[in-house]
Design a protein around this ligand. Sequence first.
Ligand code: FES
Length: 228
Amino acid sequence: MVDNSTGSDHGEVVIVAIDDLDEILARAVRRALEGTNARLGTGGDEKASHVVTTITTGAVDEALSDVRRRFGGDIVVVGVIAVPDPTLWKRAERAGYDVVVTRGSVSPILRRLLSRPRDASQQRLLPLLDVGEVAGRVGHLADVDVPALGVVSLWRVDGRLLCTGLCTHQGVSLSRSEIDGTTVACPAHGSRFDLVTGERLRGPADSALACYSVTEANGRIHLVRPLS
Ligand code: FES
């Protein structure tokens, strides 16, 4: 559902859409827009830059894909979580919800989002881990399940933070692999890959390892994905 109202603290008019919100949440969104240049979309041809939607248990990645398909891949998606279940919260963040909020925080957090210029980097950061969880560790740090992408492996090698997919032979995790420099050997059948470039150095795997961009920000390690 797309609805209507007024409002940004910075020149440009921002259009906010609401999607499947109950009346209490819809009121919270309208409250956030009061006194700003932002307004609630009318459901016409205008393209919203932000959408507020609810997150329910189940396939959060599919729900998010549906929102992005309907509203556009670069829209800022604010997901409202009914029960602050930490597992669901993390899964929603890793799926790519730009902000996850509780029902009570919708208004102040949306207002804060609207007061900031939009990030023009054309990138989306998906939080994988708190830096503290892997502080001081080297080699394989963790395997993390990222909705819509699958399990990825985080590494710290030669002081660099790296992220790869699973072995391309039979999808085995490389977590128990031996590492020599930046070369990793799959423990299952011995395929070798370069962790920096993903290059396949020895079979039986016949394709390169997927490599993903990662960065540390605000005490967390994030997967960097293009807006899409
Ligand atoms: S699963 Fe890795 S080499 Fe077979």
